[in-house]
Every structure is written in C-alpha cells, then in structure tokens.
Design a protein around this ligand. Structure first.
Ligand code: PEP
Ligand code: MG
Length: 581
C-alpha cells in the first residue's frame, strides 16, 4: 500500500479500479509525405480542424446547458482557436514548405505557441497555454483516429489517473462510469479542478509522479477531502474507506428530507444556513439543498477562461442570474473581487511579488485599481434591483481600508444616481474577517457595517502562518487551534454587541464536527458548500444552545488543536448517537 498526497480539488471518496490514461504528450514522430500527397494531407487537416471545431461548439452547448455559461465558455474558446485562420495558415505553410505530415505540422505549430507562453508566470497566459494543449490533443485525436472518446466508452466504474487532464477530457467523463480522477499535475483553481467540482466527481490534483507506480485495473482509493490517493490499499484501509463511503451516501440520503425544514435548535434558536457558490449555475443547488440564500458568491470565478477583465455587463448578468434564481426573499451576498495569490489575477496579470499571499491581492488590489473596482461595484448596484442583494468586501485588514471601500461605494452610488440608472439604495454592506488584524479590530469595524463574515480558510492561514495549500505544514493548519477559536469568539462577541449579523463562510462551517462549537461561540449564520447543508441542518436540529455553549466554553479552555478535535468528536457522538462521525 502506498499513500500519496496531492491537492484536494473536489470532495468525496471513491474506491475502484484504475484507468491509466496516457494523455500527456502524444509523441508525434517527424514524418514527411511525398509531394504529390500534400493536397490530400491538407484536406485531412481541413477535415480535422472542421470536426474538432464542431466538437467544441457542441460541447460548449452541452456544457452550458448542463453546468452553466461559465463552463461552456471554456469550450467556446477552444472553438475559437480551432477556427483561427492564422493558426491554420501556419500549419498549412509548414506542410507545404517542409512536406510534413498533418500531425507533425499541427504539433510543431501548436507547441511553438505553447512554448512562447511557457514560464511567463502570467495566469492568463497559462490559461491560453492550457487551451492550446487541449486543442492540440483534440486535433491529434482526430488525425490519428480511435483515441477520441475512449473515456466515454469506459464500461466499468473506473478511477481515471492521468498526468494532466484537459477540460475537454474532463467534460466527456460520464459521471456514471468515472467515479473519480487524480492527476500528477494541476492546481486547485485549474479549469479541470473547477469542472470536477461542478460535475460533483471526487478529484485530487498535483500528486507528482504517480503513473509509473500503478497499472490499469489496480484498486485505488481517492480521498477528495484530504487530497490523497492510496495505491493497492490493504484490507483494513479498504474497509475504513468503504465505511466512509457508506456514511457519505447515507448522509446524503438521510438528510435530504430536511430540505424544507427550518434550521432550528431543539430549544428554538433559528440559525441562518446559506450556500457558498462560485458560478451562477450553482445557485439552483443552494435552493435544492435547502439553503436560505447565498452567503458567499466568489465573483473572481468570473475570470475563468477570460483573457480580459469582465465587463460591467458581464458582471451584471452573472449577478442578475443568481438573484433571479434565489428570488426576492433569499439574500445573496456578493463578495467583491478577491483576486491574486491563490486565486485568479486580473487581465494583464499581477505584478511579480515575493510573497503574494501578503501582497497586493484582493481588496488591496481593487483599491489600487479603481476602474476595475468601480466597474464591479456599478454592476453589483445595478443588479440590486433584482433581489435581496448584499455586498461584502474580502481581505479587509485595516479600518482605513474598509472606510475607503465604503467611500468608493458611495461614489459609485452617486454616479449611478446622476446618470439616472436604477439601483437599490442602502444595500447592506459587510466585511469579511479573515485577517487577524481585522479580527482584533472587530469592535471598531462592527460600527461601520451591517454584517461580518468570518473567512476561516484565510483566518487560519494568517493566524498560524501556515499556507492553506501546503501539505507540508498541514499539521499546523487547524480551524480549531485555540488561537483561532479565541479570534472567532472575539469577532462573534463584537458583532453581537453591535447587533450585526456574524456569519462563518470558511470551509469549517460545512463540517458537522464544528457546528456546536460555532453556535456556542455565538454564531447564528453559517454559509457552506450547498452539498453540506442538509447534514449541518440535521446537527443544528439536534442541539440546544446551552449544549453548544458548554461545548464552546470547554473548547476555549483547551491548549491545543488536537485536544479540541478529540473533544469535539466525543461531543458530536453524544448529540448524534445515530451515527455521525
Ligand atoms: C475564507 O478565506 O475562509 C473564504 C471563505 O474565502 P476564500 O476561501 O475564497 O479565500
Ligand atoms: Mg479568503
């Protein structure tokens, strides 16, 4: 048995036989064809270009219907590259001048474009590079025949292992036959990872060298929660994961019936349970899972597959879509752009920084790039007419920064007013608390906003100086480290004293283990991945506030994250004797 650590890209557990794909770098030998065969070779190229363009257009439509416009766009840009006259001209010229075969000329032309985009460090260039690689594979599949839809034909419930997967390859996964996937390369914000999340397939990326250690048909386990792959698991590990799989399936079925019930404790305290989304297409899932609204809409995902910054209308349309789905009575918290560091960069790229997590990112970047910020704020305000919209600023680290955001928002309101453009006045405005300095100053910040949202993913990373994406310091990264608990408590108290809402929207709000603790610390608003909402509702409905407060009081006395975690496990079993773990 061997366990490898990668980056969790999409949650869930899968156990099954490996299907190892040799997708990386199809090697095309340098082949020439006799001069009299060049015309037929050119015709072959033309057919391949045409068919691949059609495939991409078809996929764009399918994916737009299935997963929404943002995902569809990935394939629209493939179609654009495939029908690019300059690319076609270059390939044809190379074939005519050197008598190269169509495959070899395609490969040479596209590789040279990919090479020119290598190592630029610019995120947009990297995305175009990924599009070129995808398009090359599509063309080679067409020219070489047979390889095309091998994944569609996978008959068994397989776990796909590959060096890397392009979005096109991921998109043709039949979710009934492909249980999960794992790749040697890739990061959590790659298109492929985002697609896996949208398709609801467990996935781990960035595993490093893997394919030499596994053969097709070997049993493997994918743990998409922890970012693990386990090769040739022993019987005890298999049994442990089978049990977790059963629990996952059971949890989904068991709590589905709670959809229309209130998130209310046994002693009558109402908890607001909301959903986190990245794409407008996910808004529907919030309602299906029984969320009372959207507590966090991460708008930087508007940058997926974009070479330019989104226009005001693109922002507006996305927000309007979400608000329309949620209707007039469910709040939608739109977070302004949280670009930089682990997320997307604005068009033109972010400046090279030695330490981007502590650099010009998120609201800092927006405040230094006012046209970008104002464009988004205008769109948000315009969309406010379509529902119960709220605005939230990310990564605020000082009081002055928050004041600057608020004053810019007022400026934009005045502009709209003067231009006679409709917007809802006095939209509630909140700030994320995800930097320790903001948590420490919460009593002052609370006077300026209508709500707080604790971004525990970042709060943990900045409090403990432990990168949230770095496996080697994962032992330090815990949302229940006593230092973090004290900050959460302090923020909840400051917010409650001021009478404003205090939400938690980091991943910990979707973990049943932490629900009692958060309620006990004074939190009454939780925003989680929609999939997690029924289970959290179930926990809430089995608690009383005095139970939760006792848990929080006990946890706040403890000195290490490990002690708190062990204690919470025991408590959860007490509240849910019917089998939660
Ligand atoms: C957080 O930091 O907890 C958060 C919700 O924001 P993100 O995960 O998008 O950084
Ligand atoms: Mg954050």
């Amino acid at each position: 048995m061997e366990t490898k650590h990668g980056i969790p890209a999409s949650p869930g557990i899968a156990i099954g036989p490996a299907l190892v794909l040799d997708t990386e770098g199809v090697h095309i030998p340098r082949r020439t064809v006799p001069a009299d065969l060049i015309p037929s070779e050119l015709a072959r190229l033309q057919v391949a270009l045409h068919q691949s363009t059609e495939d991409s257009r078809r996929r764009e439509q399918e994916m737009t219907t299935r997963l929404g416009k943002d995902i569809g766009k990935i394939f629209a840009s493939h179609a654009l590259l495939l029908s690019d006259q300059a690319l076609r001209y270059d390939i044809e010229m190379l074939m005519k001048a050197e008598s190269y075969s169509a495959e070899y000329a395609v490969s040479r032309c596209i590789r040279s474009r990919v090479k020119s985009l290598d190592d630029t460090g610019n995120e947009i260039a990297q995305r175009i590079r990924a599009d070129f690689i995808d398009v090359e594979k599509q063309l080679l599949h067409r020219l070489l025949g047979a390889r095309g839809d091998s994944l569609d034909l996978a008959a068994e419930n397989v776990i796909v292992l590959a060096n890397d997967l392009t979005p096109s390859e991921t998109a043709i996964f039949n979710t009934k036959t492909v249980r999960a996937f794992a790749t040697e390369s890739g990061g959590p914000t790659s298109h492929t990872a985002i697609l896996a999340g949208a398709l609801n397939i467990p996935a781990v990326v960035g595993l490093g060298k893997l394919l030499n250690d596994v053969s097709g048909g070997d049993t493997v386990i994918i743990d998409g929660y922890e970012g693990l792959i386990i090769l040739e698991p022993d019987e005890a590990t298999l049994e442990r994961y089978r049990e977790r799989l059963r629990e996952d399936e059971h949890a989904t079925d068991r709590y589905e019936s709670l959809r229309d019930s209130e998130a209310i404790t046994k002693d009558g305290a109402v908890v607001r349970l909301l959903g986190n989304i990245e794409f407008p297409s996910e808004a529907k899932a919030c309602i299906e899972k029984g969320a009372g609204g959207v507590g966090l809409y991460r708008t930087e995902f508007l940058y997926v597959n974009k070479t330019d910054d989104p226009t005001e209308d693109e922002h507006y349309e996305a927000y309007r879509e979400v608000l329309t789905v949620l209707g007039p009575n469910r709040p939608v918290v739109i977070r302004t752009l949280d670009l930089g560091a682990d997320k997307f960069s604005p068009a033109g790229g972010a400046p090279h920084e030695r330490n981007p997590f502590l650099g010009l990112r998120s609201v800092r970047l927006c405040l230094q790039n006012r046209p970008l910020f104002k464009t988004q704020l205008r769109a948000i305000l315009r969309a406010s007419c379509h529902g119960d919209l709220r605005i939230m600023f990310p990564m605020v680290s000082t009081v002055l920064e928050l004041r600057q955001c608020l004053s810019l928002l007022r400026e934009v309101e005045e502009d709209l007013h003067e231009a006679g453009i409709d917007y809802k006045p006095n939209v509630p405005v909140g700030t994320m608390i995800e930097v320790p300095s903001a948590a420490i100053m919460a009593d002052v910040l609370a006077k300026q906003v209508s709500f707080f949202s604790l971004g525990t993913n970042d709060l943990v990373q900045y409090t403990l100086a432990a990168d949230r994406n770095n496996e080697t310091v994962a032992n330090l990264y815990s949302p229940v480290d006593p230092s973090v608990l004290r900050l959460i408590h302090q923020v909840a108290q400051a917010g409650n004293r001021q009478g404003i809402e205090v939400n938690v929207c980091g991943e910990m709000s979707g973990e049943a283990l932490y629900t009692a603790l958060l309620l006990g610390l004074g939190i009454r608003h939780l925003s989680a991945t929609p999939r997690k909402i029924p289970e959290i509702k179930h926990v809430i409905r089995n608690l009383t506030i005095p139970d939760a407060e006792r848990v929080a009081t006990d946890a706040l006395q403890m000195e290490t994250a490990r002690e708190v975690t062990t204690y919470l496990r025991g408590q959860l079993r007490r509240f849910l004797p019917d089998g939660a773990d």
